[in-house]
Design a protein. Structure first.
Length: 202
């Protein structure tokens, strides 16, 4: 069972240190001593919060989930309509920028697949309500499918880096937004020009 954690700033420091240690050493090689050193605490202090590496890993996953959800809520405050969805696309990029474990993709593929699977569930679950807000009756693509597509697109950039500007353009396109954040108007058939009647008996 996880150790009981006192309510202070040490716990988040340990979680950040765990993330940095994972990125540096990998899940199999990282030790609690290295995590404690990165956090600037002793091993006994670390054990007051987490009884094992597994407890710390589970807490880290929950910490990343909270970081994404709370950050998204703060950035959407005061926004309405499509501006909310557009800001959410930027938040996806900002959140991904702060995730420092891309070097483990080759070194620890099984671990990273599990981490990315967790991220997909968390991020898509948080974005789905935004697509539901803008859903059009009778639309073929479900809001949950759009959210899933957006996150999978972002994760593909995590695995194979592109520019953030490119990712933002692609996320907006997948979300149905234009470059200015508004949804494109539905396409309409071109209006036929009236034929001019000839004069002069020809």
């Amino acid at each position: 069972m996880p150790a009981t954690a006192p309510a202070d700033s040490t716990r988040p420091r340990l979680l950040v240190a765990r993330s940095l240690a994972l990125a540096q050493f990998g899940p199999r090689k990282v030790s609690l001593s290295e995590i404690a050193a990165l956090a600037g605490v002793s091993r006994p202090t670390l054990y007051r919060y987490f009884a094992s590496k597994d407890d710390l890993l589970l807490a880290l996953a929950e910490h990343e989930k909270h970081r994404f959800e709370s950050g998204l809520a703060a950035k959407l405050e005061g926004l309405t309509g499509e501006a909310r969805l557009d800001r959410a696309m930027r938040h996806v990029i900002e959140f991904q920028r702060g995730y420092h474990m891309e070097d483990l993709v080759l070194a620890e593929p099984a671990f990273m697949v599990d981490q990315l699977r967790r991220a997909l569930r968390t991020m898509a679950g948080s974005l789905t309500p935004l697509f539901e807000e803008l859903a059009v009756p009778g639309e073929a693509t479900r809001p949950a499918d759009k959210a899933d597509l957006v996150v999978r697109l972002a994760l593909s950039h995590f695995l194979i880096r592109g520019s953030e500007a490119q990712l933002l353009r692609e996320l907006r396109h997948a979300a149905g937004l234009t470059s200015t954040g508004a949804r494109p108007a539905p396409a309409t058939a071109p209006r036929s020009r009236p034929r001019r009647r000839r004069t002069g008996g020809r």
